[in-house]
Ligand binder design. Structure first.
Ligand code: SF4
Ligand code: SF4
Length: 332
């Protein structure tokens, strides 16, 4: 049902973040964006994260029997990728007079200097990398977040996961094909596959080489153009790279797949898409979609229950904020 949105170019995907594992926030986001009409929710391929999202979706369907469950997508990588990393540092190495710019720049408040805890809370870090260059003594590093696809095969068989996305980078044709092979037993059970990639030289040839490795073929395919990764919350201008890459990939006229924007997408993306008449199938929103909700919830200054539906007034205000974003692509 939700796949129809791709055909009508009204596809809205929420990206929770391939490394983001803050379970209460995932549940809130899934609940709110399901009620707001999202078509797909993309998250870390981690059973606890998937369970939290499924709980949020189930709560939404109970509240509104007319709501339609979004597809649940999980993301993997075929090699090193900034979406799949966590930052860390040793607080004992921090100079005592450091003004802690890392704490201020972190979009998820993952970096804390409190009496209870000093350091980065791994579940809150989604690897955006903003804290790395800002540290004056360069003590913040990242480690890869590794997920094993076979760990979630059961969840696919039990229809808890509808779609898989593979993040790739230029010159990884062999790695991509090998990863696809690992997924081959369960690909026919998935409604949708997606491939996320940044711009590069000879991009058309690269994408065509990926198609060759897609055996068995997916039931549906999305090309996710990752314009400026994990940056949509920084400002309006970040959407430009996503638009340019979207147009570039549409011009390739690939034999298979829908083109969907991501990477730098925010409230200005759809109006710029319309102005430029770029006929992509949809838009995925990550950091911006999360920020508008989390800023609202955290800004209330009151305790938010894990079951957000218990505070119905707050829930519907959050849904109204999400709907403002979702409805942009839904208006043809
Ligand atoms: S700034 Fe980004 S990379 Fe650094 S801790 Fe926060 S979420 Fe993680
Ligand atoms: S910016 Fe670097 S040195 Fe300063 S508090 Fe953060 S991690 Fe420590």
């Amino acid at each position: 049902m939700k796949l129809e949105s791709l055909h009508s170019r009204q596809w809205f995907k929420l990206i929770c973040g391939a490394s983001y594992q803050h379970l209460p926030a995932i549940r809130h986001l899934a609940l709110i964006y399901t009620l707001a009409g999202a078509d797909c929710i993309d998250m870390a391929p981690d059973p606890a994260t998937i369970r939290a999202a499924r709980e949020g979706i189930a709560a939404a369907l109970e509240i509104d029997p007319n709501a339609i469950a979004p597809l649940v997508m999980v993301s993997f990588n075929d090699g090193e990728d900034p979406h799949f990393r966590k930052a860390f540092f040793d607080p004992q190495l921090c100079p005592s007079d450091c003004p802690r710019p890392c704490e201020k720049v972190c979009p998820t408040n993952a970096i804390k200097f409190s009496n209870d805890y000093i350091g980065i809370t791994p579940n809150l870090c989604y690897g955006c990398g903003r804290c790395l260059p800002i540290c004056p003594v360069q003590i913040i590093h990242t480690r890869e977040q590794v997920y094993v696809p076979e760990d979630i095969f059961d969840l696919i068989i039990n229809q808890q996961i509808d779609a898989i996305e593979i993040h790739t980078q230029p010159n990884r044709t062999k790695e991509f094909a090998a990863f696809w092979q690992r997924l081959s037993p369960i690909i026919p059970k998935l409604k949708l596959m997606a491939v996320s990639f940044p711009d590069c030289e000879d991009l058309r040839e690269y994408l065509m080489s990926l198609l060759v490795g897609m055996q068995p073929q997916p039931r549906s395919l999305i090309w996710q153009t990752d314009g400026r990764p994990m940056s949509g919350d920084i400002g309006d201008g970040t959407t430009r790279a996503a638009l340019q890459l979207g147009q570039k990939v549409l011009d390739f006229q690939l034999p298979l797949g829908f083109v969907q924007l991501a990477g730098g997408t925010n409230a200005s993306t759809v109006s710029k898409l319309r102005q430029a008449a770029i006929p992509v199938a949809g838009v995925a929103y990550g950091s911006y979609a999360r920020k508008i909700i989390m800023d609202f919830l955290e800004g209330l200054g009151e305790e938010i229950p894990d079951r957000l539906e218990e505070k119905s007034c707050v829930l519907w205000q959050a849904v109204a904020i999400a709907k403002k974003l979702v409805s942009q692509i839904k208006q043809s």
